[in-house]
Design a protein around this ligand. Structure first.
Ligand SMILES: *Cc1c(COP(=O)(O)O)cnc(C)c1O
Length: 228
């Protein structure tokens, strides 16, 4: 893809986001675009950087480590989000590489992140992932434990929580999940919501998303399917 083609795709998504903001009577640019580059290599990502995109999402620490340190030398102001599950033995690498970790979902991880963020001194931002569909195989804190968990992260571990994140079940209508996430964020006193992907980001914007995570609508179809 050329930088011009990447720019066209970005402009198209931004135009759809702006229309969704208008429909919801939210201000223009009320949500930010996280370009999900998982499975795409540095050469596929570079045109999007050349076209001005700076916020990217990856779901695996190891894959991101191969791709982003070099791209960061070319484009130092990249904001990288971890949107996949984080194992406690990868916390050090994750804090080193990512600016935002969206998948905080258990106490052990809160404790390890608190230690590592303090040791490293890097102001990594955190989202709590909520398993809004209460799916067994999916990561995320259960909705009924969400507010207490956010408080625990803040009070016991001194973590600064920016917002909530969810991945609705593929077989469900996403809107009720987005609405639930919005309600939980209000109860927890958080102002940011990471929700909505290629197929449903407009609905997410209608329901209050401040970050949407878009992969295939920008980069094209992925070869492998990625387990969550
Ligand atoms: C892959 C992925 C996305 C992007 O999905 P698309 O349907 O390609 O836009 C968003 N969020 C998470 C957590 C993902 O793993």
């Amino acid at each position: 893809m050329t930088p011009n083609e990447a720019l066209e795709r970005l402009n198209e998504i931004h135009a759809r986001m702006d229309r969704a903001c208008a429909v919801a009577k939210r201000e223009t640019s009320c949500a930010r675009l996280v370009a999900v580059s998982k499975t795409f290599d540095a050469d596929a990502v570079r045109p999007f950087l050349q076209a001005g995109q700076r916020i990217f999402g990856e779901n695996r620490v190891q894959e991101a480590q191969k791709k982003w340190p070099l791209l960061r030398e070319e484009f130092p102001d990249i904001e990288l989000h971890l949107i996949g599950p984080l194992q406690t033995n990868k916390v050090r690498e994750a804090v080193e590489l990512f600016n935002v970790i969206e998948t905080l979902d258990r106490e052990k991880l809160a404790s390890e992140l608190a230690k590592e963020i303090q040791r490293n001194g890097k102001p990594v931002k955190l989202f709590v992932q909520v398993n809004t569909g209460e799916e067994e195989q999916k990561a995320g804190i259960s909705p009924r434990d969400c507010v207490a968990f956010v408080e625990q992260c803040q009070e016991t571990y001194g973590l600064s929580i920016k917002g909530l994140m969810c991945i609705p079940p593929v077989e469900d209508q996403p809107a009720p999940h987005f609405a639930l996430l919005h309600k939980l964020a209000q109860q927890a006193g958080l102002s940011h919501l990471s929700m909505g992907m290629s197929a449903d980001f407009e609905e997410a914007v209608w329901l209050g998303a401040t970050y949407i995570r878009v992969g295939s609508a920008l980069f094209g179809k992925r070869e492998q399917s990625i387990p969550q």
